[in-house]
Write a protein that binds this ligand. Structure first.
Ligand code: HAM
Length: 430
């Protein structure tokens, strides 16, 4: 017997029984993007490796250890995108989207990082990314935060997430702070854990991000970036906080929030939850005013965020989904050969007549009892029944599967009216 081929660790199937939750969340996201005037952009999953090295940063965890990088047949080094911002900027520059105009875009799709899989952390995961280009903020920073806050409300998650914000300042301010931080950490090198010692000179701000309990006391004593902020960034941050206060979005300033990608400056933020264990960041982002220029475009301010969709879907309570059936409205039972061939045509006529009708046809025959059992299992509200009598009379038996009422016999016109009413009663969500 040949061995079973299994999926790659950390890369998941979304099964038929789960996909409706994804579809629902995606439909809410699409509506939300439209409500804020953001347009979808569709980007390749594979990009040149150098794009990620230059944008995310050579000495970040993502680039150092997590990228799926391979050589193309012609020898180019390519990488499965670990995130979407780099490709979005590449595309914007290449297609001239940033020429003296603002661009507000979003994208949704799979990302790849070779991390150690655990609950909420996968090797193939999905993001919704939102990016606004050509707007120096802080109004647009507040706008995208308001957009994410609205999403939590729409999905019934407002009490499950909290917002943390920080400002990383200008590159110069950050460089000054970095020197101070390195001096502080170097003087205590013997107290650092292995990870932090490795980061001390390559990426010292990430030391502040350490989750190691033994490091927390030392981290608490480290100098604060806030004291080194340049005047412009401090003003920007103040205005953002005022805007969030005005629109009533609660936040906590977390001076230790530094983010794991190098392109950020000024505003950074994360929405975190306690409901997902260690992988509690559902949404994260910030300002990256230098990246477009760094990748060869004209200087263009930019800000954005990405939501981890696996984490978002895990938070959404299936019971809370609006009362929409994802099941068929009706299941067409046909007993006997004549009925089966009659039912194919009837099913097509019903679908023609009633846009939005979800009708499942019994295929593969079976006894009346077996077919009604399948109808029940499908989740349909009604079973439409065709037997030999119905083929003769042109009527259709209508059996309500979720209510205790007797079976009816309806002609096609009455049946269409009945099903139309059923479809019409359902809230439109897609
Ligand atoms: P990030 O913090 O690397 O930022 O990822 C954003 C979100 O993606 C995380 O908060 C998390 O919800 C989800 N995520 C990341 N890695 C995984 C994983 N291995 N498994 C499951 N979910 C994961 C970025 O990617 C930036 N491009 C965000 C951004 C857009 N900044 C500005 N614009």
């Amino acid at each position: 017997m040949s061995t079973l081929i299994q999926a790659i660790r950390g890369m998941n199937d979304v099964l038929p029984g789960e996909s409706h939750v994804w579809q629902y969340v995606e439909s809410v996201l699409r509506r939300l993007m439209a409500a804020y005037g953001y347009a979808e952009t569709r980007l390749p999953i594979v990009e040149k490796t150098v794009l990620f090295k230059r944008s995310i940063g050579e000495v970040t965890d993502i680039v150092e250890k997590e990228m799926y990088t391979f050589e193309d047949r012609n020898g180019d080094s390519l990488t499965l995108r670990p995130e979407g911002t780099a490709g979005c900027v590449r595309s914007g520059i290449e297609n001239g989207l940033f020429h003296s105009q603002a661009q507000r875009v979003w994208y949704m799709g799979p990302m790849f990082r070779h991390e150690r899989p655990q609950k909420g952390r996968y090797r193939q995961f999905h993001q919704l990314g939102v990016e606004a280009f050509g707007l120096a903020g802080p109004d647009v920073d507040a706008e995208i935060i308001a957009m994410s806050a609205r999403l939590w409300r729409e999905l019934g998650l407002a009490n499950d997430v909290r917002l943390e914000i920080n400002s990383l300042g200008s590159p110069e301010a950050r460089a000054r702070y970095r020197d101070e931080l390195v001096a502080f950490l170097a003087a205590r090198e013997s107290e650092l854990d292995e990870d932090s010692r490795r980061r001390l000179h390559s990426n010292p701000m990430r030391v502040l991000d350490s989750k190691n309990p033994d490091m927390q006391q030392l981290i608490a004593q480290a100098p604060h970036l806030e004291q080194y902020l340049d005047a412009e960034s401090a003003e920007h941050f103040k205005a953002l906080r005022a805007a969030l206060d005005t629109i009533g979005i609660a936040y906590e300033v977390n001076p230790r929030l530094v983010r794991g990608l190098d392109y950020y400056g000024k505003t950074v933020f994360e929405w975190v939850t306690d409901r997902l264990g260690a992988q509690g960041t559902v949404c994260a982002g910030g300002r990256y005013d230098g990246l477009v220029e760094q990748l060869g475009g004209k200087p263009t301010p930019a800000v954005g965020f990405a939501i981890g969709l696996e984490r978002l879907v895990a938070l959404v309570d299936n019971e809370q989904l609006p009362q929409i059936a994802f099941h068929p409205h009706a299941y067409l039972v046909a007993v006997g050969e004549a009925a089966a061939s009659h039912s194919l045509g009837l099913a097509e006529r019903l679908r023609d007549a009633i846009p939005g009708l979800r009708l499942q046809l019994n295929c593969g025959g079976g006894s009346f009892k077996a077919q009604v059992k399948r109808a029940d299992k499908s989740g349909a509200n009604v079973a439409l029944i065709i037997g030999e009598d119905e083929v003769q009379s042109g009527l259709v038996g209508v059996k309500r599967l979720r209510e205790d009422v007797g079976q009816q016999s309806l002609g096609e016109v009455a049946l269409i009216a009945e099903l139309e009413a059923m479809v019409g009663r359902e809230g439109e969500w897609a």
